[in-house]
Write a protein that binds this ligand. Structure first.
Ligand SMILES: [Zn+2]
Ligand SMILES: [Zn+2]
Length: 349
């Protein structure tokens, strides 16, 4: 018998790629299995480094927001499975707002509150952010372009609490019209690229948003899933928080594609203050399946598409000219089977 692993990178320095699923539903709301089942599966079967169970605040047989014992159960499981250096868990829940869009809330501390989207005190994004301000917490908008509900981008994400967006999950991709596998009933103006065009600075992660008990491998039971690739030297809550805040992350639709991108020597997600008129983009991809193309997106447009020629590894450099303040640049790598990885943008100031 022979078997083949995912691409593996061995280098003497540089950040590790940590794999995380930061949106998982258990049987405590509308998913499957106990929190313990899911953390064990995430750690021992899917070989994830980071997992967050984010059940709905008011969507289940017993609403989380009004059943403190369920929230205690989630807190207990997150605390028991949290093992810095081996497996990081995050306490969280889904703020299931049917007007402004869904966001999941993650706490990078042992404790947190369920601030429900149907509680009049927290039913507006600004009220949620106000209640979370000063905490080591994060909100992440998801399935922003369409079903089950699109995100209202008229409300600007709070820069201190919302540094990344979930661009892909089992619901599909919310990147842009030209992306593979876009979410059903996608609405123009609600894609992630539309949010970037408004000037919002958001990094990209994927999460499963799986309800079938397979965190980290949600794509095996659906056309697409989602994973967050978090670039960090350490596997601790603090390091994961710092990487997400710095947008040092990329998304995949499930497969563990290795994607390395730099612009002018800066890491993904970086803010380039006073960029030179031209900067060099360097891209390296190692994928488990054959590559179709690597696309370079600059301020709303695909400006280059480098063919994959059926290879699984690709490297190229390209000079980007006449860069202007306010622009953004990102790279996505698409496999022949449609699965993809997409790196957080570089933002020019
Ligand atoms: Zn949702
Ligand atoms: Zn969800």
């Amino acid at each position: 018998m022979t078997a083949e692993s995912n691409p593996l990178v061995v280098s003497p320095d540089g950040a590790r790629v940590l794999w995380g699923d930061l949106q998982i539903h258990s049987g405590l709301s509308d998913g499957t299995g106990t929190p313990e089942d899911l953390y064990r599966y995430a750690r021992d079967v899917a070989a994830l480094d980071i997992a967050a169970i984010t059940d709905h605040d008011h969507w289940g047989m017993l609403p989380l927001a009004t059943h403190a014992e369920l929230w205690q159960q989630l807190r207990g499981a997150a605390a028991r499975f949290h093992e810095p250096g081996r497996f990081v868990t995050l306490l969280g829940y889904e703020w299931t707002n049917w007007i402004h869009g869904h966001r999941h809330v993650l706490y990078f501390e042992d404790d947190g509150d369920v601030l429900s989207a149907i509680d009049p005190r927290f039913d507006e994004p600004s009220e949620l952010w106000q209640a979370l301000s000063g905490r080591r917490a994060m909100t992440i908008a998801h399935h922003t372009a369409g079903e089950p509900v699109a995100t209202n981008w008229n409300i600007a994400p709070d820069p201190a609490l919302e540094s990344v967006v979930e661009i892909v999950s089992v619901h599909g991709s919310s990147e842009a019209r030209d992306a593979p596998w876009i979410v059903p009933a996608a609405r123009d103006g609600h894609f992630v690229r539309d949010a970037l065009d408004r000037g919002y600075r958001l990094g990209f992660i994927g999460s499963g948003d799986g309800h079938d008990g397979h965190p980290g491998l949600a794509h095996l039971g659906a056309q697409t899933g989602g994973l967050g690739a978090i670039l960090s030297e350490e596997l601790t809550r603090e390091a994961v928080y710092d990487a997400l805040r710095a947008r040092r992350v990329y998304a995949t639709s499930g497969p563990r594609i290795v994607l390395r991108v730099s612009l002018g020597g800066r890491r993904i997600g970086a803010l380039l203050a006073a960029p030179s008129a031209s900067e060099e983009l360097v891209v390296w991809v190692a994928a488990p399946e054959r590559l179709l193309a690597i696309d370079v997106v600059r301020s709303g447009q695909i400006v280059a598409s480098v063919p994959g020629h059926g290879r699984r590894e690709l490297y190229f450099r390209r000079e980007l000219h006449e860069l202007q303040p306010g622009e953004y640049v990102y790279v996505r790598a698409v496999q022949e089977d449609g699965a993809f990885a997409i790196a957080s943008p570089f933002f020019l100031e």
